[in-house]
Design a protein around this ligand. Structure first.
Ligand SMILES: Nc1ncnc2c1ncn2[C@@H]1O[C@H](COP(=O)(O)OP(=O)(O)OP(=O)(O)O)[C@@H](O)[C@H]1O
Length: 275
């Protein structure tokens, strides 16, 4: 395999040659505390994401990663700057952007199947009952949950709950998947299995992904670019690392390469510098 690592610093919007599917332009986000003092959390973030690109965002706790994701989801608004998806400004949540949360966010009184059905009913209001059932079954199978379809969330493991969250997000065919530490609450083995499963699904149905993670190996294994944020307040994009490995990826093959160690060290050095 011919890997060529290219590592760039301080790239800004429009630098990416892919396309301008999601464009974050000079985004600033501040919060005002109860005494009326304003703190700038995210400071002048500019970034362009391609429509089939998998992006990871890494940064120390509290730097503003979830805030950035929430703004893209339309759950919060920037203080200044703009975020556009296919040229349209994001002002509120929409079915073309789906979130996967770290703590699953399933409805405990609904079965696995019905948690997924809820998303289908909200997005595909006019689809026939037969089509909905067939799509739900297909997505349950995709994340290996067919056997658990009629169980309730408190009857299944954390890894299974996260697979329900992923199936629920994927079934609506969003153009962009927003994942906030999706594997953060899982044990090491379940985490590896689910990372591989999600990557395999993404490799066969590519869409734009922004995933927040604290795990450098996860970011390298899964993503096309890694966005490193400096510490808050006033966090900025400190560095962007392009991951040069082609998809589909084999974790062991890429980990054995010289480029993997190089990228890993770059990311860890950055995080150490901003401790
Ligand atoms: N609604 C809010 N009002 C006031 N301050 C907020 C609000 N939401 C977030 N913050 C502050 O903004 C900063 C960034 O928070 P955010 O949750 O985005 O960080 P994060 O990088 O995702 O952290 P972590 O890695 O720990 O999840 C924190 O200091 C947080 O206290």
């Amino acid at each position: 395999m011919n890997y060529t690592a290219s590592i760039t610093r301080n790239r800004t919007a429009f630098d990416d040659p892919q396309n301008d599917f999601l464009v974050i332009n000079n985004l600033v986000k501040s919060f005002t505390n109860p005494e009326g003092r304003e703190t700038v959390i995210l400071d002048d973030i500019s970034l362009t994401i391609g429509e089939k690109e998998y992006i990871s965002v890494i940064g120390h706790s509290g730097c503003g990663k979830s805030t950035l994701l929430k703004i893209i989801a339309g759950l919060d608004r920037p203080t200044s700057g703009r975020v556009t998806l296919e040229g349209k400004e994001i002002r509120k949540p929409g079915a073309e952007r789906m979130m996967v949360f770290q703590n699953y966010a399933l409805l405990p009184w609904l079965t696995v199947k019905d948690n997924i059905r809820l998303a289908v009913d909200q997005v595909f209001k006019s689809a026939s009952r037969a089509d909905k059932i067939s799509s739900i079954n297909q997505h349950l199978a995709m994340v290996n949950l067919t056997e658990a379809a009629d169980k309730y969330p408190d009857e299944i493991s954390g890894g299974m709950k996260q697979r329900v969250g992923i199936a629920r997000a994927l079934i609506t065919r969003p153009k962009m998947l927003l994942m906030d530490e999706p594997f953060g609450a899982l044990d090491a083995l379940t985490k590896r299995k689910l990372q591989a499963q999600v990557l395999k699904i993404w490799e066969s149905h590519r869409q734009a992904v922004m995933m927040i993670t604290h795990d450098v190996d996860e970011a390298i294994y899964m993503s096309d670019r890694i966005i490193l944020l400096t510490n808050g307040p006033q966090a900025k994009i400190g560095q962007i690392i392009k991951v040069p490995f082609a998809h589909p990826r084999d974790r062991h093959a890429i980990q054995a390469s010289k480029e993997y160690a190089e990228i890993r060290n770059q990311a860890l050095d950055f995080l150490e510098r901003y401790q």
